[in-house]
Design a binder for this molecule. Structure first.
Ligand code: ADP
Ligand code: MG
Ligand code: MG
Length: 910
């Protein structure tokens, strides 16, 4: 890199080198500090060292470029001038904070050091100058604690007690006070002495006294923290590239711990749990930054008491909130400090929110004229997956009342993440991981005094999170909001004993592994399991037990969906059998993209087994004829429910032994006998046929169109059932659009063979019924060969549907039934970024799809193409499908709203 590179950007005093548009270089925090200063908000002066430097640092064996020193010194002078104080000075010392700040905010993942510049000399100066020795010594002990932890790495191992906290506990106990802020100067001095000794003992060196050495130590530690374990886990979870790097912000300190006219706080310009308007947040009087975020003391609520406690500061804060929303056009999450009545801004960013809040805020901001519909629907504002939260169950009020009557109610905390969660109690993230490794479907609730970034892995596994301390802006609240988890924080009545593994409220005691239920809407906690019931939207749409006009959440949802449907161009269909067709339509399905006929067979096992056992065409035909009326009836129901929408029906796909195998014979000891009677043969015959059907690699075995080719009677029966049903329904005055789909085709000849059978039968049926029904015959593209030979296949196929489940299995050579054994490891080690069975592997599978689309349409330009794998409901995959030019995606009914939103976002993206 050239020696002219600018690595250091000043901000403060109403002007800055940077602005909000420079977040890639300055990180989110640095860019927004610069921006706030530019629009005239009160920001303590400081400078940002760029993410480019972080890249340099890691590319050059963790060293800095030579020009950095001078640039830092120059910026430091500017800060000193703006703030009217001098770093390291014996008369008027300036103190600094050193803060991380990546491009995307990673709350609490990296480190911050406050009060840099204090030592045994400057602490005395500060003490005299402020006339408040308790403040000076409190700041000093905080500095040593943070610096010792972050820079000198004197910190507790997992489950170990925190050495600093032990010293503080002891001091408080000895002094007979509840909070650190009540310790006397002498008591604080004693704490400082003990902290220094702890550090000397553990680090093997003394705490540094030179202010400049302190700054460089802190800067280095922040750059190092980009690669700490929890930051890496976080980036993996949220798909943030490790290569981005963090910036470092060095900033003049302002003090919330100077007395009772000082405070520190965090706020939101609107509620981010349910989305209601109004400034809100947490603050603590006479305290410093981390106190609120860490959730050590339960803070006071801004909207409740700040107006009384500090009327002037409250007014400033509300004004700042409004300025910020108008400027950023989104809800802001801010950090501030009140120093002697004056508000100082330390951070602003677009607030993380639950799916509920995301929908409400987006709709409200459009209605308030701050943003337009298109902006409201962007991925950043409403991640499509978050809509899922609105469909999640809530506790059944009757069951909750019963729980209250039964005396299982425990306590109420702060409702920080909406939803209803029931699970077994788990106190430690490591334990949660161990339990999940044994039982992947385990339902557990992570119960903590407070959470810290180390708990992230456990939070990810938990169905819900419950903490005893911390407010609505604590780490637990923030992270669970982002993960869409049910969460209750600050439930102060809970006594948690990590050693005993117990949680108690009065004389009620629960242990690790006991069931507990938490209501994230109300903050209530119950011992035991509480039954859940469907969300408001499900009640309106599916169960029809609630009227839309009585359902506010539903109304917003439906408003949003109207906008979505105006914008998107790709259709959304459902993977549905007759049973869930009505549900699919209620969620907005515009057709069925995949009806799996074998699902219907499972309720007619006798007949299908008779068919399977048959060795002769005639006996097989006889058994198959018995299946015809059942299939026809099912299709009639489906066509009627779909009421004129297109319906793609896939012919029989799974290997026959799914209906009859050794496993079945083993499970049902009398089955062989019964079947033998049914077909008039001996039991040995049954065992022999079952043995013949067995395959060592069923996924690649006799299935899909291979069945229909060997047993054309099956294809013929299914085609007949479909066409007869279509004729009947059309005769009843309901439009039908059957699309008959041949699975697992690799060779054009396979498709030709099956299409011929289908068309012959269809012609026969139409003649018998004496009417015309328009139908099409197409194929799944789920074998790489089919994608490659799509031009040829499209000569016969009237439509394509990408079966991305099988296409992923066959392209990657990974079986979906077996990949669980290693995929977690693959992701941990960044071998592949996503689970390929959830999100289309765009480079590989996606490339085959692209080839399939191009070659298919080269033969048949109007070829209708869709996708019907699980991926059809995955937002990233939906966007990819839009880019490929697919006509529709098809997914399970519950994913339809998500797919609709993602389809709109695909348009907005491009
Ligand atoms: P995080 O990214 O974990 O939120 P920050 O860098 O925002 O870390 O620092 C955490 C808290 O430390 C801030 O919310 C603020 O209260 C306090 N803080 C940071 N810098 C300063 C400062 N210059 N003056 C006063 N408090 C500060
Ligand atoms: Mg912060
Ligand atoms: Mg398939």
């Amino acid at each position: 890199m050239s020696s002219g590179t600018k690595y250091v950007y000043f901000f403060g005093g109403g002007k800055s080198d940077g602005d909000a548009s420079m977040r890639n270089l300055l990180g989110g925090k640095g860019a927004n500090l610069a921006e706030m200063s530019n629009i005239g908000l009160p920001v303590p002066a400081g400078f940002t060292i760029t993410t480019e430097l972080c890249t340099y640092f890691y590319d050059n064996d963790r060293t800095y470029p030579p020009e950095l020193k001078q640039q830092v010194e120059d910026a430091m002078k500017q800060v000193e001038q703006t703030m009217g104080a001098e770093f390291g000075s014996q008369e008027n010392p300036l103190l600094l904070s050193c803060r991380s700040g990546a491009r995307e905010s990673m709350p609490g993942m990296m480190d911050t050091v406050l009060n840099i510049g204090l030592n045994d000399t400057t602490v005395e100066v500060l003490s005299k100058k402020s006339g408040n020795p308790a403040f000076a010594w409190d700041s000093y002990r905080r500095f040593i604690q943070m610096y010792g932890d972050v820079v000198m790495e004197v910190r507790p191992e997992a489950k170990e007690e925190d050495g600093y906290e032990l010293i503080l506990d002891e001091a408080r106990e000895k002094a007979g006070v509840e909070y650190d802020s009540q310790l006397s100067v002498d008591q604080l001095k004693e704490v400082v002495t003990k902290f220094k000794k702890l550090i000397r003992d553990k680090a093997g060196k003394d705490f540094p006294t030179d202010p400049m050495e302190q700054v460089w130590g802190a800067v280095g530690a922040v750059f190092q923290s980009w690669m700490n374990d929890r930051a890496i886990v976080y980036r993996r979870q949220y798909g943030i590239p490790h290569s981005w790097g963090t910036a470092v912000n060095v900033q003049a300190m302002v003090f919330g711990n100077l007395g009772d006219d000082c405070a520190t706080g965090v706020g939101l310009t609107r509620d981010c749990s349910m989305g209601a308007p109004g400034f809100n947040g947490d603050y603590l009087i006479n305290a410093q930054g981390e106190d609120v975020v860490a959730g050590i003391r339960t803070p006071k609520r801004i909207e409740k008491t700040l107006g009384e406690d500090m009327p002037e500061a409250y007014k400033q804060l509300c004004n700042i909130g409004e300025t910020l929303e108008q400027h950023y056009k989104d809800v802001q999450d801010i950090e501030f400090t009140v120093q002697q009545g004056k508000v100082w801004m330390l951070q602003t960013r677009n607030a993380k929110r639950t799916g509920f809040a995301a929908v409400r805020i987006a709709v409200d901001l459009v209605n308030e004229g701050l943003i337009d519909k298109k902006t409201a629907l962007t991925k950043k504002r409403i991640p499509a997956d978050d809509l899922n939260q609105l469909l999640q169950p809530i506790f059944d009020p009757a069951a909750k009342n019963k729980a209250i009557e039964d005396g299982t109610y425990l306590a109420t905390g702060i409702n920080a993440g909406p939803g209803a969660a029931t699970g077994i109690i788990c106190f430690h993230a490591e334990d949660a991981e161990a339990i999940q490794a044994k039982d992947p479907n385990v339902q557990l609730i992570l119960v903590r005094r407070e959470t810290s970034p180390e708990d992230l892995r456990g939070m990810r596994i938990a169905k819900g999170i419950l903490t005893a301390f911390g407010g609505a802006s604590s780490h637990a609240a923030l992270v669970s909001r982002q993960m869409g988890k049910t969460c209750i924080v600050g439930c102060s009545e809970l006594e948690i004993d990590y050693h005993e593994g117990t949680l108690s409220v009065g004389d009620k005691v629960l242990k690790t592994g006991d069931w507990i239920s938490i209501d994230g809407f109300t903050g209530e906690v119950f011992a035991g399991k509480v039954e859940t019931k469907p969300s408001e939207i499900i009640e309106v749409l599916i169960h029809k037990t609630r009227k839309p006009e009585d359902a506010e959440t539903f109304q917003r949802y439906s408003q949003l969906m109207e906008w979505v449907d105006e914008i998107r161009t790709m259709k959304v269909r459902a993977n549905a059998e007759p049973d869930d067709a009505a549900k699919a339509v209620a969620f907005g399905a515009e057709g069925v993209g995949l009806c799996r006929t074998e699902h219907m067979f499972f309720s007619h096992l006798d007949e299908i087994r008779e068919m399977i056992l048959a060795e002769e065409v005639e006996t097989r035909q006889k058994a198959i004829n018995k299946l015809l009326p059942f299939q026809r009836q099912d299709f009639e129901i489906l066509f009627k429910e779909m009421n004129g929408r297109p319906v793609t029906i896939r012919l029989l796909d799974p290997p026959l032994h799914e209906f009859l195998s050794e496993h079945h014979l083993h499970e049902q000891p009398d089955l062989a006998h019964k079947l033998a009677d049914m077909v008039g043969a001996g039991k040995e015959f049954i065992y022999r046929r079952v043995e013949e059907l067995k395959e060592s690699n069923p996924m690649l075995g006799h299935r899909g169109c291979r069945l229909g080719i060997v047993y054309p009677e099956i294809t013929a029966m299914q085609a007949r059932a479909i066409m007869e049903a279509a004729c009947h329904v059309q005769k009843a005055g309901i439009e039908v659009h059957p699309e008959i789909m041949i699975p697992l085709v690799g060779f054009k000849a396979e498709l030709d063979n099956q299409t011929k059978v289908v068309r012959e039968v269809a012609a026969e049926v139409l003649k018998e019924q004496g009417i015309e029904v328009a139908y099409t015959v197409g194929t799944m593209i789920e074998i790489p060969r089919a994608a490659l030979r799509a031009d040829e296949i499209a000569e016969t196929a009237e439509f394509f549907s990408f079966g991305t489940n099988d296409l992923t299995q066959t392209t990657l050579g990974m079986s979906r039934d077996d990949y669980g054994g290693f995929i977690g490891f693959y992701q941990e080690n960044d071998i592949i970024p996503n689970d390929p069975f959830q999100t289309v592997d765009q480079d590989g599978v996606g490339d085959l799809m692209k080839i399939g689309v191009e070659r298919g349409r080269s033969t048949r330009s109007d070829l209708k193409i869709g996708i019907c794998g699980e991926h059809g409901g995955d937002p990233a995959s939906v966007i990819f499908c839009h880019k490929l030019g697919l006509n529709y995606v098809s997914c399970s009914p519950f994913r339809i709203p998500i797919a609709r939103l993602a389809a709109a976002q695909a348009v907005l993206d491009s």
